[in-house]
Design a protein around this ligand. Structure first.
Ligand SMILES: [Zn+2]
Length: 86
């Protein structure tokens, strides 16, 4: 569909139709945001299990010191097995 055809098409629809489309899209967005949040929670849960596995089954973290990039360069420790940062 050309830009002209699209503009012509949009002129034919009412404000009510615009509102319906916006409402539909907002609902779709909300649904996807909720799904994204659920997946994020699952990721965090699996990460917690991984850290616990490293600690309890593998016999503890193997921490190495890292220096933060940037002007301040603060140091922190990372487990080279599970990636835990302390
Ligand atoms: Zn670890």
């Amino acid at each position: 569909m050309s830009k002209y055809e699209l503009e012509k098409k949009y002129k034919d629809i009412s404000i009510c139709e615009y509102n319906n489309r916006i409402t539909r899209l907002r609902k779709e967005k909300m649904k996807l945001m909720q799904e994204t949040q659920m997946i994020q929670m699952k990721i965090e849960k699996v990460q917690r299990y991984k850290v616990e596995f490293c600690e309890k089954v593998l016999g503890g973290h193997t921490l190495r010191e890292e220096v933060e990039s940037g002007i301040y360069g603060e140091t922190f420790k990372v487990c080279s097995t599970c990636g835990l940062e302390v």
